[in-house]
Design a protein around this ligand. Structure first.
Ligand code: BGC
Length: 350
């Protein structure tokens, strides 16, 4: 079968190649791929900066934002032929650490977890894939292709849960929540916040025109372009989705007293001096701020993300998928164009 693979840590090795049919050890459910979303992590892997092949193999099948159709449910009675499914990304470490032992693999303590399409297990960018019933999530059939947005929605669902849990350390009634970055994660965060009942949702992005401002306004949220430093309010919480150092620094200065910043973007940059860090720490101490990182998602968050997407306006969600590429054009899918929000590689029709 055809699969999009990479030799991890070797830039420029991504290609569409023939790979053996999926191994029964990957799971009893056989799935035909419909689409796989492309995200920054995939780009990093193809650039040789991230990613690990399965032990003893040189190639990793890419892809962790999946959508497929069950061809054969195997021994599982919970799934039937034709069901639309998405595969969970992370698997618990084998030790297991206490968090993985209780199903909170997203909070793995020893780093020995594995991730499909990212770390030591093949991903979903292949014509067919297998999945264990306990890691397959059924999607509302009325979502169709939009089910491919489930994985990024799980990432924001976890971030929101983290904010809620931390917020409840004291009286917590958030009025205004800011999302920085109007890419797929930021827009799905704004959508989720609105669906979860937050009245005042702000989204900030550098784009002044294009579809992003309209998408934000259509949700009933408020769009800002420019700098966080120039906002005329102090958010109760911020979901930071850019990973850009200056944006993060501005968020730290802007967050309200007792407010929480949840970092979801993975950026890079130079070291900061100890003195600057002490100033940041002092401000956080004196205003009871929390800066928390959030990655991946557990099964509860996958379930909740599914509920969010099921409630979302289909026409709005459809506007997030700005490009569909065929597997043979996967290199185009990995390129970022100015108007792109979510690009998907489509293997078959829904
Ligand atoms: C994925 C997560 C994963 C993280 C780190 C993200 O792109 O959405 O599931 O845990 O990368 O590998």
């Amino acid at each position: 079968m055809k699969a999009i693979t990479v030799e991890p840590k070797k830039p420029g090795t991504a290609r569409l190649m023939d790979m053996p049919e999926p191994d029964l050890r990957d799971g009893s459910i056989l799935v035909e791929a419909i689409a796989v979303g492309v995200c920054g992590t995939d780009v990093e892997i193809t650039e040789g900066k991230y990613g690990w092949a399965p032990p003893g193999q040189s190639h990793l099948i890419l892809g962790h934002e999946s959508l497929g159709r069950v061809i054969d449910p195997g021994t599982s009675t919970a799934f039937k032929k034709g069901d639309l499914v998405v595969g969970i990304v992370r698997r618990p470490d084998p030790v297991p650490c206490p968090n993985c032992a209780v199903g909170e693999w997203d909070m793995c303590r020893n780093g020995l977890y594995t991730e499909r399409g990212i770390k030591e297990i093949h991903g979903y960018m292949s014509e067919r894939w297998r999945i264990e019933p306990e890691y397959a999530v059924k999607v509302d059939p009325s979502l169709g292709l939009l089910g491919v947005l489930l994985e990024p929605t799980t990432v924001v669902t976890k971030a929101m849960e983290q904010i809620g849990m931390i917020g409840r350390r004291s009286y917590w009634e958030p009025k205004s929540i800011l999302v920085t970055g109007a890419g797929p994660i930021g827009l799905l965060a704004a959508l989720s916040l609105k669906i979860w009942g937050i009245s005042e949702v702000h989204v900030l992005d550098r784009m002044e025109s294009g579809s992003k401002p309209d998408l934000v306004r259509e949700l009933g949220a408020i769009y800002h372009s420019g700098r966080v430093a120039d906002l005329n309010f102090e958010p109760d919480a911020i979901i930071e989705c850019t990973g850009v150092g200056q944006v993060i620094a501005d968020c730290i200065h802007k967050i309200g007293a007792s407010g929480i910043i949840c970092l979801t973007g993975v950026g890079q940059g130079g070291a900061i001096g100890a003195g600057v860090l002490a100033d940041v720490a002092a401000a956080a101490v004196l205003r009871n701020n929390v800066i928390v990182g959030s990655v991946n998602a557990n099964k509860r968050q996958w379930y909740r993300a599914g509920l969010t997407l099921a409630k979302a306006d289909r026409a709005w969600l459809a506007k997030l998928i700005t490009r569909r590429e065929k597997p043979e054009n996967f290199m185009h899918a990995l390129e970022r164009k100015p108007d792109d929000i979510k690009v998907v590689i489509q293997f078959s029709e829904v």
